[in-house]
Design a protein around this ligand. Structure first.
Ligand SMILES: Cc1cc2nc3c(=O)[nH]c(=O)nc-3n(C[C@H](O)[C@H](O)[C@H](O)COP(=O)(O)OP(=O)(O)OC[C@H]3O[C@@H](n4cnc5c(N)ncnc54)[C@H](O)[C@@H]3O)c2cc1C
Length: 447
């Protein structure tokens, strides 16, 4: 049996970053079930010329070390973009974020949003008592932060469509980091057309000049001391013996195991998981996202140049539609455009009949003036991201920390969006991988 100081499950950004940051003399085994690296962060080449990522994957780098690392991995290969994102509702496009840009919506909608916000901020002026207890769920959090109007016209329907769950089931501040909170002055200015587009964590982003987002994991692989073992699943893990069995029939022994595959799947391949851990795992929930990659000959309609568009209304089957080629022109050949269209809970009935779903999506894209009648559809591929968004419900914190503590006590480190069962982006994944590697190095140094 082969012995490894470190075995890493998954060559997504978390696993790759972990391998990259381990000491140069550490002999690790990085096991990846697919034939290429990147996990969710991959670029598929369609019709030999269209570059399609697993829906829009834009790099938001806040951490100085990560900025430096990504620039080192992709030297002179990153282009910075200013977000062109809008919301489509009530038949009009308004700038993102909705709460700071209601100008252009029907006047009664703008009024509802403004009065709602003022009521939430100054209830006593409206003869209401101020809430003193903190919000108990995400719905209440939204209404307290933005008021009834913004909740009704965007925050609630959009998040419900994305997550497919009732927001009263969710923890209050789950999306705090991602939802911009403009000042009352900015909301008032935005209602009158003095727009402020640069709000939020993703106002600017970077993207590789060549090869799609998949060039980032590929650059990591090029910088690794040992290549990942591709096309191989970790099929079972024995905690007591510290062994992992692989789909190639081999069993390997490890001192440390770093898991980046979805936590619930990982628990299901443990040979010796206690009942309480299995029970806690069953309470962890996630949504699945289906999306279409669409390649089109033609230049689309008036909305085809937006980077992405949010669709809060149930009348549209997708919750977001974006364009790879609107960001990165080379993602589609000359005279062509490429799009992605994301669907979650709301589309589940239609997914049973993919042909009908295709027709519906195309009709909705035309109604939203993204596609034009002249556009020729070259391909329309339906894909699935089985684990897309963690559902931060009331069981989340307790169940997750119980499972992670158990694994930690047994020498297993978990990281990344799904290994750590969290809401993180690509930078978070790379940071998680780095900190797992540092923890292992520190432990070895203290031995
Ligand atoms: C719809 C969507 C849009 C997103 N957009 C953005 C964005 O614009 N910007 C951003 O920063 N982030 C974005 N993200 C988040 C980003 O994709 C993740 O944070 C990141 O990819 C997580 O990487 P990871 O390595 O933790 O997980 P993964 O990419 O899931 O990697 C896990 C790896 O484990 C492998 N694996 C699984 N099981 C096994 C097994 N049994 N044996 C061996 N290997 C196995 C998988 O094949 C995979 O390669 C988005 C996510 C989604 C779902």
């Amino acid at each position: 049996m082969e012995d490894y100081p470190v075995v890493i499950i998954g060559a997504g950004l978390t696993g790759l970053s972990c391998a990259y940051h381990l000491d140069r003399n550490c002999n690790y085994l990085l096991v990846e079930r697919e034939s290429e690296p990147g996990g969710i962060v991959r670029t598929r080449i369609r019709l030999n010329s269209f570059l399609c990522d697993g829906t829009g994957h834009w790099l938001h780098l806040r951490n100085p070390y990560m900025k430096e690392l990504v620039n080192k991995l992709l030297p002179n290969k990153l282009v910075e973009y200013e977000r062109r994102a809008v919301i489509f509702s009530h038949g009009v496009f308004t700038l993102y974020p909705f709460q700071a840009n209601t100008h252009g919506l029907p006047r009664e909608v703008v009024l509802e949003c403004l009065v709602g916000l003022l009521k939430a901020k100054h209830p006593e002026d409206f003869g209401q008592k101020a809430e003193t207890a903190p919000p108990t769920n995400f719905y209440e959090w939204i209404v307290r932060a933005f008021g009834e109007g913004i909740a009704k016209h965007f925050m609630v329907p959009y998040n419900q469509k994305l997550l497919g769950v009732n927001l009263t089931e969710m923890m209050p501040d789950y999306a705090d980091r991602f939802i911009p909170r403009p000042s009352t002055e900015d909301v008032l200015k935005g209602a009158l057309g003095f727009s402020k587009e640069s709000l939020g964590y993703n106002a600017k982003f970077v993207y590789p000049r060549e090869g799609g987002i998949g060039s980032l994991p590929r650059a990591f692989v090029n910088a690794l001391k040992q290549q990942p073992l591709y096309g191989t699943d970790v099929t079972s893990v024995n905690l007591r013996n510290k062994t992992a069995t692989l789909s190639n029939g081999k069993t390997v022994r490890f001192q440390r195991l770093v898991n980046t595959m979805p936590l619930v799947k990982f628990i299901s391949i443990l040979e010796d998981a206690p009942e309480e851990v299995l029970a806690a795992t069953q309470k962890l929930r996630a949504t699945t996202v289906h999306y279409f990659d669409i390649g089109v000959r033609g230049t689309g309609d008036v909305a085809s140049d937006y980077h992405w568009i949010y669709f809060p209304e149930p009348d549209y089957v997708f919750y977001r539609a974006g364009s790879y080629s609107a960001v990165h022109k080379e993602a589609a050949p000359p005279g062509c455009r490429s799009y992605y269209v994301e669907m979650s809970g709301g589309a589940s009935e239609l997914l049973k009949e993919p042909e009908k779903l295709k027709e519906r999506v195309l009709a909705d894209l035309k109604r939203a003036r993204i596609l034009s009648e002249q556009d020729e559809i070259l391909f329309m591929d339906l894909c699935q991201i089985p684990y897309a968004y963690v559902v931060f419900d009331k069981n989340y914190e307790q169940s997750r920390s119980f499972v992670l503590n158990f694994l930690n006590q047994n020498g297993i480190l978990n990281g990344g969006r799904w290994g750590g069962w969290n809401y993180g982006g690509m930078e978070d994944a790379m940071l998680d991988g780095k900190s797992a590697a540092e923890q292992i190095s520190n432990e070895n140094a203290n031995k």
